[in-house]
Design a protein around this ligand. Structure first.
Ligand code: TTP
Ligand code: MG
Length: 355
């Protein structure tokens, strides 16, 4: 058997807010959020831990956040600053390994299996990385250390903020058994609700389902879930390319006969899709909206609209109506999604480029 890998997942604590607070120390210890003003229907990118105590969180409308926390201090976003800090942090990573996979400005996987520093202790390496980040930028990070990406990511959230957590190979079995399904990256509100309705609350509950039932309930993702709930994840840490698209597709147990049947299904699919889009932190990079309709006879059609239209239920319903009219046949699958700009094509007005 090959030796276990050593993967570190590093995630900055309330990143944008932490940068703003560092640059304006009078904000320290106060409820701070970074985002657009409530007048312009602004949305928050993130909030300090003091603000989170009031229920304020990422992707929340600023107006709603101010209702929850009237003393909230709102700071506008400064992407250039976050990008500059991110660059410094990545430079630190490269002292430890070449195998770095950034997920966003504040998050990355590192494979330190071949790093000989600290006698190869990934726990001590993570400790040192976090210390160097703090010494260089004045910002705190949290880390997860484990034999694979899934567990490392779960672990980096375990002792947040400014903490770290190690899951050793022999601890995996017990750790995942007790792990709540909400902790699995990719399980949002919609999937969690579905799992609860099936009496699944922990990975141990998930382990009771065979591959076939997992695929039946969760589509192609079910195959991956079979491994994940056992703490298995073979994905390598790879530089990869930037994400090109994101979509949510639903195949129906029974074909949808009419256009109205299709339109009625959109809000639920949209909810899951928008949750994933918010989480991807790539909403500012949407190039176009895409709808896929597969008919009962497996013929399919896609509709694309430029990003100038609103990303909303009604936009997708209009697109589905147009796609449906091309076939006028019962529908077996509906998909809603977006395509992203490549890193070089992001117009100057768009925000949050990738590394
Ligand atoms: P996260 O790492 O998800 O959040 P965070 O760093 O603010 O807080 P935590 O301590 O829980 O890690 O995201 C990193 C940054 O990305 C965040 O500071 C702001 C931005 N972001 C958005 O712009 N929109 C979003 O919906 C989310 C989740 C993050
Ligand atoms: Mg973070």
């Amino acid at each position: 058997m090959s030796r276990p890998r050593k993967i570190i997942h590093i995630d900055q604590d309330c990143f944008y807010a932490a940068v703003e607070i560092r640059d304006n120390p009078s904000l320290k210890g106060k409820p701070v959020a970074v985002g657009g003003s409530s007048k312009g229907r602004g949305v928050l990118t993130t909030a300090s831990y003091e603000a989170r105590k009031f229920g304020v969180k990422s992707a929340m409308a600023t107006a709603q956040a101010l209702k929850l926390c009237p003393d909230l201090i709102l700071v506008p976003v400064h992407f250039d600053k976050y990008r500059a800090e991110s660059k410094k942090i990545r430079k630190i990573f490269s002292k430890f390994t070449k195998q770095i996979e950034p997920l966003s400005l504040d998050e990355a996987y590192l494979d330190v299996s071949d790093c000989s520093l600290f006698e190869g202790s990934a726990t001590l390496i993570a400790q040192d990385i976090r210390q160097q980040i703090y010494d260089t930028t004045g910002l705190t990070a949290s880390a997860g250390i484990a034999p694979n990406k899934f567990l490392a990511k779960v672990a980096s959230d375990w002792k947040k903020p400014n903490g770290q957590f190690t899951i050793s190979p022999h601890q995996i079995e017990n750790f995942v058994k007790k792990l709540k399904i909400e902790k699995i990256p990719g399980v949002g509100r919609v999937t969690a609700k579905k799992m609860h309705s099936l009496n699944i609350y922990t990975c141990e509950d998930l382990q009771k389902l065979d591959m076939q039932s997992l695929s039946y309930h969760f589509g192609s993702w079910g195959v991956r879930l079979y491994d994940i709930c056992r703490g298995i994840d073979e994905r390598i840490v790879s530089r990869g390319g930037p994400r090109k698209s994101l979509s949510v597709e639903n195949t129906f147990n029974q074909d949808l006969e009419t256009l109205q049947d299709c339109l009625d299904r959109i809000p639920k699919i949209f909810q899951e899709f928008i949750e994933r889009l918010e989480k991807s932190k790539l909403k500012d990079q949407v190039q176009s909206l895409v709808v896929k309709v597969k008919f009962h006879d497996f013929t399919q059609t896609t509709m694309v609209r430029s990003q100038e239209v609103n990303i909303s239920v009604s936009t997708y319903q209009n697109m589905v109506a147009e796609a449906f009219s091309r076939g006028l046949k019962p529908v077996r699958l509906l998909g809603l999604g977006v395509k992203f700009y490549g890193p070089k094509k992001i117009p100057k007005t768009a925000q949050l480029p990738l590394f």
